[in-house]
Every structure is written in structure tokens, then in C-alpha cells.
Design a protein around this ligand. Structure first.
Ligand code: ATP
Ligand code: MG
Length: 248
């Protein structure tokens, strides 16, 4: 379970997150939607402590971190927290000089100190899960964008995180490759992986999200089931956004 309370983040004088409250139960998928610049990426980066929030608190499992401007976090606290949040980015960020298999082994060996044998066994299992069993020994440049992104998902999963964070995982892909990545994410949702997904794929949100969160200008404007947000909303800002997205 992830609980976010009163989360604030500014860059200089620009306040990007203006007091975010969210609750994401274990085993559920939350999809975050909203216009460009609304703070979606910043929120995900705060959840992974790639950005340190100025105020508020985040609970992940039984770990709670409180943020106060100027207060320094303990590095052990940060490391523990990061281990539990796997991030999948828009670009694939794979190590170019490592094979798919080695990419999925890397963090297991260096961060989690697993033996190479265990790390390899786990990596092979995960590559099979994302449909890339036969591609384990290929380098990123030998893989399509969709395949690279699936390696990225396997790599994040290999760390056994409590939650997977996705920042527009399909937006850099050619349209014909989007489906294979969404399919992997759908399977993970079915297996009750806890996921927070920023995406413009409204059909995915409709089909897979337990909770849809609409952000605009640094606040959560509305959250609810896909039906509540997509079909039943009477909120003007939500309606305006949905209109824009559907007419693209
Ligand atoms: N490191 C940074 N330094 C200064 N400003 C930043 C930084 N990161 C983000 N911002 C600003 O914060 C605001 C929110 O950015 P963010 O990337 O979170 O939006 P987003 O909702 O993910 O947008 P998009 O849909 O375009 O990805 C933007 O105005 C952006 O310019
Ligand atoms: Mg973004």
C-alpha cells in the first residue's frame, strides 16, 4: 500500500506539486492522466526519491518518510525506499554494452548482492515472462523499441519492488509496438502487482486501472474508478482534458 499525504515540490519559485494526497492499495493499478506540465513525472520521481519532496509524507509498506524543507534524509532510508520502487521510463535506459540478460541481472548483483547464478535464473524467468526468452543474448541495439521496453520492465521486476512506476512507457514507441508492452503491463496487473502508470493510453486506463487520477497544475483534480472519471464526471477540467485527448 502506498499512502501519499500533502506532498509538495517546487523547483525554485515554480510550485509543481501543490499538496498531493493519494492512496494506492496493494495489488492495484493506478493510472495518472493529465495535461503536459501538470506534474505527473515529478510525482513519480518523488515516489522513487529521484526528486526529494519539500513537504508531506509518503508511506510505502511499513516505511514512512516525512519530508521537511531543509531537512536531510538518511541515506539508508533513501536506499531502502528506492529498492522498493521499480521505475520504467519513457526511453528504455538499458545499458547499451550489456545483453538483455545482463541488463536484467545487473541490479540484482550490484544492489541486492545476489549470486550470479541466482540473478541469471531470475533474469531468464522474467525475460520469458515478457516474451523475450529467445532474445536473452541480444544487445539493446539488436532489439526493437517494444522489446527494449519489455527488457526494461523485466529489469525493474528483477528487484522485487513493492511497486512498479511507469512514466509514459509506450509514448516513444511506434504505434504497432505499443500493444505488446501494454499486454505485459496488463498481465502484471492481473497478477496483482502494485503499479502506478502515467499514460495517455485511455483504453488501457479504462480496461486495467482500479483507480484513475486526473492531475492538472500540480493538484489532483479528480480520482475514481475509470467509470467515474471517464463516463460519469461532471468536472469541467476533466471533461475538457478528455475531450482534447479523444480528438487527437
Ligand atoms: N528539474 C526541474 N527543474 C525545473 N523545473 C522542472 C524540473 N522538472 C520539471 N519541472 C517543471 O515542472 C512542471 C511539471 O513537469 P512534469 O515533468 O512533472 O510534468 P508532466 O505532467 O510529466 O508533463 P508531460 O506530460 O509533458 O510529461 C513543468 O513546468 C516543468 O517545466
Ligand atoms: Mg512527464
Amino acid at each position: 500500500m502506498i499512502q501519499i499525504q500533502n506532498l509538495h515540490k517546487s523547483f525554485g519559485t515554480l510550485e509543481v506539486l501543490k499538496g498531493i494526497d493519494l492512496s494506492i492499495p496493494k495489488g492495484t493499478t493506478a493510472v495518472i492522466i493529465g495535461p503536459s506540465g501538470s506534474g505527473k513525472t515529478t510525482l513519480l520521481r518523488c515516489l522513487n526519491l529521484l526528486e526529494i519532496p519539500d513537504q508531506g509524507n509518503i508511506q510505502l509498506g511499513d516505511q514512512i518518510i516525512q519530508f521537511k524543507a531543509g531537512a536531510k534524509l538518511k541515506s539508508k532510508e533513501v536506499v531502502d525506499f528506492r529498492k522498493n520502487t521499480g521505475m520504467v521510463f519513457q526511453g528504455y535506459n538499458l545499458f547499451p554494452h550489456l545483453t538483455a540478460l545482463e541488463n536484467v541481472m545487473e541490479g540484482q548483483v550490484t544492489v541486492l548482492k545476489r549470486s550470479k547464478t541466482d540473478a541469471e535464473a531470475k533474469a531468464r524467468k522474467l525475460l520469458e515472462k515478457v516474451g523475450l526468452k529467445e532474445r536473452a543474448d541480444m544487445y539493446p541495439h539488436q532489439l526493437s523499441g517494444g522489446q527494449q521496453q519489455r527488457v526494461g520492465i523485466a529489469r525493474a521486476m528483477a528487484m522485487d519492488p513493492q511497486v512498479l512506476l511507469f512514466d509514459e512507457p509506450t509514448s516513444a514507441l511506434d504505434p504497432e509496438l505499443v500493444g505488446e508492452v501494454l499486454k505485459v503491463m496488463k498481465d502484471l496487473a492481473k497478477e496483482n502487482m502494485t503499479m502506478v502508470v502515467v499514460t495517455h493510453e485511455m483504453q488501457f486506463a479504462q480496461d486495467v486501472a482500479d483507480q484513475v487520477i486526473f492531475m492538472d497544475q500540480g493538484v489532483v483534480v479528480e480520482k475514481g474508478t475509470p467509470e467515474q472519471v471517464f463516463q460519469q464526471t461532471s468536472n469541467q477540467r476533466t471533461l475538457q482534458f478528455l475531450n482534447k485527448v479523444s480528438s487527437r
